[in-house]
Design a protein around this ligand. Structure first.
Ligand code: AMP
Length: 273
């Protein structure tokens, strides 16, 4: 496995590469969720590139940028064992310069839900994803459905900017107790983790109601909120997969999204219906 930190070096290396390139962008502290993306990339491409970059522009003032978990050496080993060909490990100086051309998240879908609690977050996400996709020029890029709004906005950017990459969504990987894997789960104490399980429980309950024929969004939201009581809920939203409001759930085109804060840790989860 090659480890490359400079964008132009990586471009040069990939210029001579033969075959399809699968790309998995991450912020490191790799877990089973990331591995699932890497496994899919490995299966479907000749060359696999993973990036590890804790992108400063997607963190707001006062967020956990400085204490975001970093496990560089373990991550390198995990990538090597997973059959990654190139690990891209840039610094912020490699990616950003002074007085940058700005990319802005869309006014509506970039500023609801996560974008409402974290205004400007998705501008940072889209900027770094655009930069990374331009550096790697992959055939396919892999993103988790766990970050559903992020995935939606990236797909929108790729479409609206006529980019040539195929975005491949990957199902959320969960621990055996149902909690969605996340690099931030390490912040949770045992008690907080037990509390956090209300999140997947509430989503499964929503899905069960729908399987029983309940389609009324307000009723489903209310029952989900009841299960989440005791947690600091950021939002419970039931939207179309285009992230537009709906009154009734349509199977095949709906998604339930939850954000809740447990202790000081913001957790996201969702279920696609
Ligand atoms: P992050 O390192 O948190 O920026 O995540 C990198 C990629 O891994 C993103 O596309 C995430 O959506 C994806 N991801 C994170 N957690 C999971 C999970 N539990 N299951 C599947 N994909 C995930």
């Amino acid at each position: 496995m090659k480890i490359i930190s400079h964008p132009l070096r990586l471009k040069e290396t990939l210029r001579d590469a033969q075959g399809s390139v699968g790309f998995v962008p991450t912020m490191g502290a790799l877990h089973e969720g990331h591995l699932e993306l890497i496994k899919n990339a490995r299966k479907e491409n000749d060359i696999v590139v993973v990036s590890i970059f804790v992108n400063p522009t997607q963190f707001l003032e006062g967020e956990d940028l400085d204490k975001y978990p970093r496990r560089d050496e373990a991550d390198k080993k995990i990538c090597e064992l997973a059959g990654v060909d190139i690990l891209f490990f840039p610094t912020a100086q490699d990616i950003y310069s002074e007085d940058e051309v700005k990319l802005q998240a869309p006014n509506v879908r970039g500023y609801i839900l996560e974008g409402f609690t974290r205004p400007g977050h998705f501008s940072g996400v889209l900027t770094v994803v655009m930069k990374l996709l331009n550096i790697v020029s992959p055939t396919r890029a892999y993103f988790g459905k766990k970050d559903a709004q992020q995935l939606h906005l990236i797909m929108l950017m790729v479409k609206q900017y006529f980019m040539s990459v195929e975005i491949v969504p990957i199902d959320t990987v969960r621990d055996s107790d149902g909690l969605a894997q996340s690099s931030r789960n390490v912040y949770l104490s045992a008690e907080q983790r037990a509390e956090a399980l209300k999140i997947p429980t509430s989503l499964y309950h929503g899905a069960k109601l729908i399987s029983q024929g309940v389609t009324d969004v307000e009723r489903i939201r209310k029952e989900i909120l009841e299960i989440l009581s005791g947690l600091e809920v950021g939002y419970v939203a039931i939207l179309s997969r285009e992230f537009e409001p709906i009154d009734t759930v349509q199977i095949g085109n709906s998604i339930i999204l939850v954000e809740a804060i447990v202790g000081e840790t913001r957790l996201l989860d969702n279920i696609w219906l």
